[in-house]
Design a protein around this ligand. Structure first.
Ligand SMILES: [Zn+2]
Length: 67
């Protein structure tokens, strides 16, 4: 999951995980700085999805192989 720059539309190559750790960063292409701290809902959804995946993985442990 990566975000394009909203200004120059170039892919930032940033993952949501990176943004969670570094909510304020700059576009390497146009140098526009962003503050992603406003996207709390997205982060919450992401964390919920990740914990769901972990739950499913545990549930099927020994039955299916996840790589
Ligand atoms: Zn940009």
């Amino acid at each position: 999951m990566a975000f394009p720059c909203p200004i120059c539309k170039k892919p930032l190559g940033l993952t949501l995980e990176f943004i969670m750790r570094n909510p304020i960063c700059a576009c390497p292409n146009c140098q526009t700085s962003f503050n992603f701290t406003v996207n709390e809902d997205i982060i919450k959804t992401y964390q919920e999805t990740m914990s769901e995946i972990e739950k499913i993985k545990r549930q099927y442990k020994g039955m299916a192989k996840f790589s």
